[in-house]
Design a protein around this ligand. Structure first.
Ligand code: UDP
Ligand code: MG
Length: 137
């Protein structure tokens, strides 16, 4: 596996509890490098477009409201097998099912307010990185 990039979002529940430093620490400790980052408050248009693959799911409306409810730290992580490594560090979507020591097991509040987003494939990572960082080389 060669160097790869993935998109990470530290979600509003986690930024509100001052967990940005701790969560970035998990990535860096595992060998991922933060190559781009910005703190922002998403508009409903941005969040709706970003999560468009979930538009028919019952939780879509709540997900968009939640993602716009506070600041998020959007970042690009780079390293060996970055997409899968980040997903492993994050843990399962539902924190009750997340492996011990993972970001969601440690910090998520619920299946909805679950602290982090991470791209789930190399293809989606490329799309998501471009969505937030079109200028990134
Ligand atoms: N989500 C939710 N209820 C669910 C499943 C997902 O509120 O039953 C939210 C949650 O914030 C999750 C996001 O929708 O992180 C995207 O869902 P996905 O299945 O893609 O999970 P992820 O890739 O984030 O683990
Ligand atoms: Mg997903």
């Amino acid at each position: 596996m060669s160097k790869q990039r993935t998109l990470s979002i530290i979600k509003p529940d986690a930024t509100a509890r001052n967990l940005v430093g701790k969560i970035l620490g998990h990535f860096e400790q595992a060998g991922l490098t933060v190559v781009a980052a910005k703190m922002m408050t998403l508009t409903p248009e941005q969040a709706g477009q970003f999560y468009i693959i979930h538009k028919d799911r019952p939780f879509y409306g709540e997900l968009i409201d939640y993602m716009c409810s506070g600041r998020v730290l959007v970042s690009v992580l780079e390293g060996e097998d970055a997409v899968n490594l980040n997903r492993t560090l994050m843990g399962a979507t539902d924190p009750k099912k997340a492996a011990p020591g993972t970001i969601r097991a440690l910090y998520a509040e619920s299946i909805a307010a679950n602290a982090v987003h991470g791209s789930d494939s190399a293809e989606n990572a490329a799309t998501e990185v471009k969505f937030f960082f079109p200028e990134l080389k």
